[in-house]
Design a protein around this ligand. Sequence first.
Ligand code: FES
Length: 133
Amino acid sequence: MSEKRFITDREQLEKLAPMLKAPIKRQVFVCNGKSCSAVGSADVKAEFVRILEEKGLRQGKESKGRNPMGEILLTDCGSIGFCSVGVAVMVHPDGTLYGQVVAEDVPEIIEEHLENGRVVKRLALMELPEPAA
Ligand code: FES
């Protein structure tokens, strides 16, 4: 077994993981656990993909239709415990956990929350406290 090396050179790290150079502001997690999948998480994710890529907000490889300098990371995740009130969507670092999200809610989440920093209260089931200073 080869020994894993720990890379400390920032330039090398950025070459290996180009997202390190992007001005990421938020990461959006869409649950694709069993219960959320049963109530449309694939549609919710597809709507995030469509709009974020149209607006050039989704960070990622240009060859995949994304923006290397995009501000939003879009990520799948497993269950977060909202299984009976999915689809669950989390926005970090804001600590906002949305529930009962359907594809039709996605434009509002993107415009209000991701672009203008205003939490969509009607869908926000939890807002995690900021860490103590
Ligand atoms: S399956 Fe999505 S929160 Fe549990």
